[in-house]
Design a protein around this ligand. Sequence first.
Ligand code: ZN
Length: 95
Amino acid sequence: MAIYEYRCDQDGLFEVTRPLGTAPELATCSVCGREARRVFSVGMVKRGSNSALVAAMDHAEKSRHEPDVVTSVPSSSAGKRTLSMTPDLWQLPRP
Ligand SMILES: [Zn+2]
């Protein structure tokens, strides 16, 4: 189960517990009965029992409604692993 947050225009945030990946975009506010929109929050991830899975599922769901927008092509160096030179590495003998 995971906790999902919704925001009611009148009553503010409230939480709904649902099985992972089943949270609807809209939920009914328990106070006023209006429809409330889902809020994608980092806080929900932290409270989840399996935060990595919850984060992945949340991101997958978010992508359906609010996909991340890429404005530029990732640079070619993004995928390369570079060894950062820490002070310890600088002290090693040079060839
Ligand atoms: Zn409400």
